[in-house]
Design a protein. Structure first.
Length: 299
């Protein structure tokens, strides 16, 4: 069951790129992240059974929680929103597939995990594939082939940011359940977004949003930021960050389908080749490492 939830989260997130790009036609990135974190917080508070949130928090834990919220929610959603202004949904999906490689590399460099030549060849394939995707020209929202390098670079930055979030969620606040930390980080992120949006006036944009964009916000807030985060972090808790991150290689498929159906995006042959190299690199990295298995009760 845990792996099915992680798989559902990955497909929801893959399709979220197209919904985000559609919502950005009427909203600024900050107004968008405000609604995502707000609806995500409400969904988690209503669905997740997490009594005693923020109880007996020590100063160090407040700092860790703030870092988790800034990286995994506020930072991740803002970076991707700005990136999607200059790249396509399926480009974003292909590049984000390299995230498991970045997680594995970080665990190797900073936490002493051992890897062999097979993994290093996977790293090289991932880098080559990402370069091909970034250098290809992409049809964005039916306006023809354009260069997307600036947006692609921001998506690459979000890969590194997400790897940091995955590791922080695994290493910090271990005295509290993963579900509780997920809810706490989303609520904290909403507080940060609300303070900034109130000061900057971005909240006023919500008064002029069309019904179609509200539907996009519902998908992004309830499914992507609500259930998506809950299911993903349940996987991190049960089977570990590396094994959970391996599911992200399926995200480009959802991004490709949603981009085509919702935005009319095509895809360049060089991007397909680059995506194939990324997936091959992810496979070699994960098949060359001993990944933790889920306990029987989490299956």
């Amino acid at each position: 069951m845990t792996r099915l939830k992680v798989l559902a989260a990955v497909f929801i997130w893959g399709a979220a790129f197209a919904f985000t790009k559609r919502a950005l036609s009427e909203l600024s990135p900050l107004a968008l992240t405000l609604m995502r974190s707000g609806l995500g917080s409400l969904t988690m508070l209503l669905w997740a059974r997490t009594p005693g949130l923020f109880r007996a928090m020590r100063p160090k834990e407040w700092m860790q929680l703030g870092a988790i919220a800034l990286s995994g929610v506020v930072g991740q959603q803002l970076i991707q929103a700005y990136a999607l202004r200059g790249t396509s949904a399926n480009h974003a999906g292909w590049i984000l597939a390299v995230t498991p490689i970045i997680v594995a590399l970080a665990m190797t460099l900073f936490f002493g995990e051992r890897i062999g030549p097979r993994c290093w060849s996977g790293f090289a394939l991932g880098v080559a594939g990402t370069a091909l995707v970034a250098l290809s020209r992409q049809s964005v929202c039916g306006v023809g082939l354009i260069a997307t390098r600036r947006g692609d670079l921001l998506i690459m930055a979000s890969c590194c940011n997400w790897a940091l979030y995955v590791i922080m969620m695994d290493r910090w606040l271990r005295s509290r359940s993963q579900r509780a930390v997920t809810v706490m980080s989303m609520v904290t992120a909403f507080g940060i977004n609300a303070a900034v949006a109130l000061a900057g006036g971005q909240w006023r944009e919500l008064a002029h949003v069309s019904a179609g964009i509200w539907a996009c916000l519902g998908y992004l807030g309830v499914l992507s930021s609500g259930f998506g985060y809950l299911w993903w972090n349940a996987g991190v808790e049960a089977i570990g960050p590396s094994a959970t991150a391996a599911f992200l290689y399926l995200e480009p498929l959802a991004a490709l389908v949603a981009g085509r159906l919702l935005l009319g995006e095509g895809i360049a042959a060089t991007a397909l080749l680059g995506g194939a190299l990324i997936l091959l690199g992810v496979y070699r990295v994960n098949s060359g490492r001993e990944l933790p298995r889920a306990p029987e009760e989490a299956a």
